[in-house]
Design a protein around this ligand. Structure first.
Ligand SMILES: *Cc1c(COP(=O)(O)O)cnc(C)c1O
Length: 366
C-alpha cells in the first residue's frame, strides 16, 4: 500500500465542479485583480475567523510582513518569534528591517513557551509573533498578558491553523493582526499562492491594503512606498469555493489524529501533546523519535510518505549566519529538528491507510 505524505486528490475530486465554476465565473468576467471575488472572499473569511476586517494579499509571508510594516515596526526594532517555526515567520521580521529574536518552544506542544518570553524582551522589543504551529494554538492568555505589561504588539502567524481554537476562541482574533497563508498545502489552500491579514482595527486594515497595493489609497495616489501583494480574483474564487467545507475537512483531520493518538503505541515514539481546551486543526501530525531517521526509512520502505518540520532550525540556517548563532544556542529547537517526523495527514485518508500508518509505526524496532 502506497500512502503519500499529502494528497489533494480526494478534496479536489469532491470540489471539482465548484472549482471549475469558480474558474468559469472569473474567466467569463475577464477581470483578474481587485474585484468582486476578492471582496466576497475577504468578507466570508473575516466572518469565519470572527474578526471585522480581512485583507487579501499575495501569500502568507506578505500577510505577516505587511502587518508588521503597517504597525510601523522596522529598523532598530526587535520582534520575538519562536525558535521552531517555518522560516517565513522570521523573514517577515527581517524584510521590514527589524531583528528576529528567537524564543524556545515547549517541546511537548512545539509552540513558543510563554515562560521564556520576558527574558528575551529588551528596550528595542516592539512585538511578539506567536506561531500556532502544526495547527495547535499557542498559550495565548499569558502571551497577551506579557504584551500588555510591556506595551508590545502581537501579530499571530496563523499559516498552519485556519479554524483552530484556544479556550473556545479562534486563532487570529487575539493579536493586533494575524497572517494567514493559503499555500496549496495549508488547511485552506488556494490553487496557487495566496494569503490574508485579518484584524479588528479598521485603520490598520486600510493601511495594510494600501501597503499591498503599491502604497496607494486610491489609484495613482501613493502615500507609502508599498509592495505589490494582492489576492487575485481567480485565487479568491477558488478559496471562496473551499471555505464552506473547511470545518468539515478540519473535522476529518481531527478524526485521523484521534486514531493516531489512541492507536500509536510504540515506546520509541512520542506523540504530540494537546492542551486541554484547545481544538487543533492538525495541519501537521508531528511525532518525535530518537531514531527518527531510521523510523523515516522504515516508513519509506513500507510505502508511507513522511516529512520533517523542520530539519534545520532557523538559527543554524546559512541565511541567518549574520545573527551569529551556533549549535547549542537553542537546544529545544535543535532537539525538535533532530527528532521530529511528520506522518500522513490529509482529507480523504481511508481507514485502511490510517491503519497501515499506525501498524507500521507500532512495528518499528531498533
Ligand atoms: C506557510 C507558512 C508561512 C508562509 O506562507 P506562504 O504563503 O508560503 O508565504 C508563514 N508561516 C508559517 C508558520 C507557515 O507554515
Amino acid at each position: 500500500m502506497k500512502i503519500p505524505f499529502v494528497s489533494f486528490l480526494p478534496m479536489e475530486r469532491e470540489l471539482d465542479s465548484e472549482l471549475r465554476q469558480a474558474f468559469d465565473r472569473v474567466f467569463s468576467r475577464s477581470w483578474y485583480i481587485e474585484g468582486v471575488e476578492d471582496e466576497a472572499f475577504e468578507k466570508a473569511f473575516a466572518e469565519y475567523c470572527g474578526v471585522h476586517y480581512c485583507v487579501g494579499v499575495g501569500n502568507g509571508l506578505d500577510a505577516l510582513m505587511l502587518a508588521l510594516k503597517a504597525l510601523e515596526i522596522g529598523e532598530g526594532d526587535e520582534v520575538i518569534v519562536p525558535s521552531n517555526t517555518y522560516i517565513a515567520t522570521a523573514l517577515a521580521v527581517t524584510y521590514v528591517g527589524a531583528k528576529p529574536v528567537f524564543v524556545e518552544p515547549k517541546i511537548e506542544t512545539f509552540n513558543i513557551d510563554p515562560d521564556r518570553i520576558e527574558a528575551a524582551i529588551t528596550g528595542n522589543t516592539k512585538a511578539i509573533m506567536p506561531v500556532h504551529l502544526y495547527g495547535q494554538a499557542c498559550d495565548m492568555d499569558p502571551i497577551m498578558d506579557i504584551a500588555r505589561v510591556h506595551h508590545l504588539k502581537v501579530v499571530e502567524d496563523c499559516a498552519q491553523a485556519h479554524g483552530a481554537t484556544y479556550k473556545g476562541r479562534k486563532v487570529g482574533t487575539f493579536g493586533d493582526a494575524a497572517g494567514f497563508s493559503f499555500y496549496p498545502g495549508k488547511n485552506l489552500g488556494a490553487l496557487g499562492d495566496a494569503g490574508a491579514t485579518v484584524t479588528n482595527d479598521e485603520g490598520l486594515a486600510q493601511k495594510i491594503r494600501a501597503l499591498g497595493n503599491y502604497g496607494s489609497d486610491y489609484k495613482y495616489h501613493h502615500i507609502y512606498k508599498g509592495n505589490n501583494s494582492r489576492l487575485d480574483e481567480m485565487q479568491a474564487a477558488f478559496l471562496a469555493a473551499k471555505l464552506p467545507v473547511l470545518d468539515k475537512m478540519n473535522e476529518e483531520r481531527r478524526r485521523i489524529a484521534q486514531r493516531y493518538m489512541s492507536e500509536i503505541s510504540n515506546p520509541l515514539v512520542t506523540l504530540p501533546t494537546v492542551e486541554e481546551a484547545y481544538v487543533p486543526v492538525w495541519h501537521i501530525f508531528a511525532i518525535r523519535c530518537k531514531n527518527r531517521d531510521q523510523l523515516e526509512r522504515f516508513l519509506t520502505d513500507a510505502g508511507i510518505g513522511t516529512n520533517k518540520h523542520y530539519p534545520i532550525p532557523m538559527h543554524l540556517q546559512k541565511c541567518y549566519a549574520d545573527l551569529g548563532f551556533k549549535e547549542g544556542d537553542f537546544p529545544i529547537a535543535e532537539e525538535i529538528s533532530r527528532t521530529e517526523l511528520s506522518i500522513p495527514m490529509y482529507y480523504g485518508m481511508t481507514e485502511a491507510e490510517i491503519s497501515h500508518v499506525i501498524d507500521t509505526i507500532n512495528a518499528f524496532r531498533i
